[in-house]
Design a protein around this ligand. Structure first.
Ligand SMILES: Cc1ncc(COP(=O)(O)O)c(C=O)c1O
Length: 374
């Protein structure tokens, strides 16, 4: 009997097979240059990523987590401050505040898009909140208009967590170019992924960009060697990763289209089943499907069924932030963030990557249908 190969959740090797000659040439170029940190590749990537993201400036850093921390630090967040973050996200969103001695203030997500609920944000806001960090989860923009109008009336800063949303649009505007800063991750599995860890900040404000560039480079005044007007960190983006990212950035639009094509096929094939599909685009939106997440109150059984059918899936995230051991000190209890808690019980990410083929989407959809028929 012929057994079919599993449908992977994501497959980075397909992408690298196509890019190998260009990536090898990029690595060779850096090695031949003898410049490995803070050189021409990093500067060129920053200019190219800013242009591709609709931002005036980009500052490369060594991970998405560090992008979040540098953004908050540049905005003056420190001990005694609070930073509002959604209760349903990757833990790094909250870690950034803690690293600076600030306190994360958790906000529930809305039930449809699973992004920060602006109504709950307004309810929970305190005068200590210096910054708010909406997360564009799964590649779909958070509802930014109400957050930005609250920011104007209450005076807090906004850092968009864009780790999962390269090239996404919110009502016609690129994510990362709406708040004071956008923070991007280039972890290998992201929509734009390096060959290791990397990240970047985007901003429209040249003063904030210069400050962030100093903070990620040991507090140096940009362009100087031993002039330190402040203390900073070594959170630099290295030349090899910047050179790889320059190769891959050229493909990002095509890859985004590949993801959106696969998502459209899923939507067609899974319509009418008793499970929730990702929230649709708002007018002017472009979601970029970092993952394609369905929701079912029989999630664990569905996952087991798909695994048995050779379809790899994952749960992002099995616990909302207030249930993590690391954040018990915030003093929350089950029931405090009902939408985030329900999401953690129900979400299931199906295979999603730009090279996913139509027959593979068909196999996944057939397996999902088989579960609900059975
Ligand atoms: C929502 C979110 N924020 C922040 C990060 C942190 O990015 P990195 O892994 O590059 O530090 C990630 C990456 O997993 C993420 O998904």
């Amino acid at each position: 009997m012929k057994t079919e190969t599993p449908v992977p959740l994501l497959d980075l090797k397909r992408q690298y097979a196509e890019l190998r000659p260009e990536l090898t040439a990029a690595a060779q170029r850096v090695m031949d240059s003898g410049v490995f940190v803070m050189g021409p590749e990093g500067a060129a990537f920053e200019a190219e990523f800013a242009a591709a993201s609709g931002a005036a400036r980009c500052v490369g850093v060594s991970s998405g987590a560090q992008a979040l921390t540098v953004a908050l630090e540049a905005l003056g967040v420190g001990p005694g401050d609070a930073v509002a973050v959604p209760a349903f996200t990757f833990v790094a969103t909250a870690t950034a505040a803690v690293e600076l001695g600030a306190r994360p203030l958790l906000v529930d997500v809305s039930d449809d898009g699973l992004t920060m609920d602006p109504v709950d944000l307004e309810r929970r806001l305190t005068p200590a909140v210096k910054a708010v960090m909406p997360v564009h989860l799964y590649g779909r923009a958070a509802d930014m208009d109400p957050v930005m109008s609250l920011a104007r009336s209450k005076g807090f800063k906004v850092v968009e967590d864009c780790a999962q949303s390269h090239h996404a649009l919110y009502r016609g505007r690129p994510v990362g170019a709406i708040g004071d800063f956008g923070a991007f991750s280039f972890y290998p599995s992201k929509n734009l992924g390096a060959l290791g860890d990397a990240g970047a900040l985007t901003t429209q404000d040249a003063g904030l960009a210069d400050l962030a560039a100093s903070l990620r480079n040991c507090g140096r005044r940009p362009g100087t060697q031993y002039d330190h007007p402040r203390l900073g960190h070594n959170y630099r983006l290295d030349e090899l990763q910047a050179a790889f990212l320059r190769v891959k950035l050229k493909r990002l639009s095509a890859w985004t289209e590949g993801r959106r094509r696969a998502a459209a096929l899923y939507r067609q094939a899974l319509a009418g089943l008793p499970l929730s599909l990702p929230a649709p685009d708002r007018p002017g939106d472009r979601q970029v499907y970092h993952v394609f997440c369905v929701r079912s109150d029989r999630r664990d059984a569905l996952k087991a069924h798909l695994d048995g059918a050779g379809v790899k899936t994952a749960v992002y995230y099995p616990e909302p932030l207030h249930m993590l051991g690391a954040l018990k000190g915030l003093g929350h209890k089950p029931g405090d963030f009902p939408c985030a808690e329900r999401a953690a019980r129900e979400v299931l990410a199906l295979p999603m990557f730009p090279e996913l083929t139509e027959p593979e989407v068909g196999r996944v959809a057939d397996a999902v249908k088989g579960f609900f028929r059975g």
